[in-house]
Design a protein. Sequence first.
Length: 314
Amino acid sequence: MATEPTRTRDEISAAAARSARSNGAVDGAPPAGIVAQLGRAVTQQLQARIPRADLDERDPDYIRDTLPGMWLLASFYFRADVKGLENIPAEGPVLLVGNHSGGNVTPDTLVFTLAFNTYFGVERRFYQLAHNLVLAMPALASLRKYGTVAASAANANKALDSGAALLVYPGGDYEVHRPTWESGRVDFGGRKGYIRLALEKNVPIVPLVSLGGQETALFLSRGERLARLLRLDKLFRLKVLPISIAIPWGLNVGDMLGHWPLPAKLQMRALPAIHIRDQFGRNPDIDEVNEYVLGTMQATLDSLAEERRFPLIG
């Protein structure tokens, strides 16, 4: 029977060092496998603490009780100017597609949610998709009672199947953290899934355009490289780690704890409904529809920006 040749102490040490380097352990650093396991464990613990925020959390009684005061406060603080609600079908499922502004504290979502419930009444089902980490912020917990739910295909399908109105932001965290000087730009980051969803569910799209949210703080950078460096895209589905100047933190990296938004004037416009197959045929081209939606929204945003005299003031 063959036996392994006897090795010297130096040879054994050298082999151990090569093995450690192959596992990522250099000069006392932990092996890469241990780091990966630790990262997964931390991620699982954090995700376990994030609320599911399902559709059943919407509470019409809570909305009815708090809506007058919340709408009065939003109208005063943000001087909310919301128009075009008559363009939203009065009943049945509809997909509202908005441009997104304001960082993790998104005043455009709050203002429009209040306006929708005021206009259509609290009994009409209305949901808004949001990132799980945003829903986990204590200051925004009450939004779940207003219908803010975790952004997932399951929740989107369930909401539309129930006959509800559903607000989605295709630009997501990419658009909401864009630099303040790009506030007048609609930027979905190339995402077109909202069109496939509307076609699959055979529901109209109502574009929703807002201006002012990106003036509630000074947004400096999306921090995409920093997010990749910290592997946030792998751990939390976060492709950005935004950098801004905001109250009360001053320099604000990540916006994980939120911030106090400046009282910028918010202008919002709901545009005429788009019935995709009626306008683009039975087998519509996704790119053509997306170009039309973006073009329509950008034209409206340009018009609002031209009317705006000063930042914050409006």
